[in-house]
Design a protein around this ligand. Sequence first.
Ligand code: OAD
Length: 252
Amino acid sequence: MSVEIPERLLDSLANAGWVAVLTGAGVSAESGVPTFRGADGIWSMFRVEELASMDAFLRNPELVWQWYAHRKTIIARVRPNAGHEALVRMERVVPHVSIITQNIDNLHRRAGSAVVHELHGNIERNYCVKCGAPYGNEDVLSQPGVPHCHHCGGMVRPDVVWFGEMLPEEEWASAVRAAESADVFFSIGTSGVVYPAASLPLLARRRGAFLVEINPEPTALTDRVDLFLQGPSGEILPALVDALTSIKACRE
Ligand code: OAD
């Protein structure tokens, strides 16, 4: 696929002091992590209320842990893709890049992004529901069935945000600050239906950011962005960062 990056985006990026990037499951699709919605999405095969809520966990912790142990194993095996890597390279040519992610797969950090705000938690972390003690994956996966806390015996859960739960306060505050301060804001690989994350692109635009969406399919946001780049992020982002790097080099 040959990717044309419009001049007006390259101009905005070349002059930008702060770029914020909201990512969703689509950014990890090319690494082999399934997305949530759509025909092959996770939520077409499983019912969200049976797996991703505190009620579900209390009702059937074995089932919830079976599912998370499976996802942890898949995610431990995958690698960041060209899209994650391009976002790391963007840091060399833009003074401040903030990644705001809904993904729990840790792939932005593993790729090397310096500033990552995780709105929905991180599947590599876990904690005790009773005393809050933190646990790594090795520890919980070595326990058969539902893992329990070594200190108080409480059940250990994955450190991910479930339906009906608040977002981590500091991560959310940092994400809002980045959206309000960004000169250019990207919404990449997200269907934009889960709030409050989905409110960030339009907040950024109201505060003056040039709003860009990257997705193979149009979404609920598409009609309201300044620029829609249609295609997979693993192809568009490397082309975009290459073009930006050349322009910056010419202008220096
Ligand atoms: P979705 O599964 O809702 O949306 C994934 C988006 O990625 C879709 O718009 C796809 O078109 C797009 N996509 C697919 N392949 C892509 C590619 N190669 N490059 C770019 N985009 C691609 O996932 P999210 O929007 O991330 O929440 O879902 C948001 C939240 O809903 C998740 O964080 C999770 C879920 O329930 C919690 O678990 C709290």
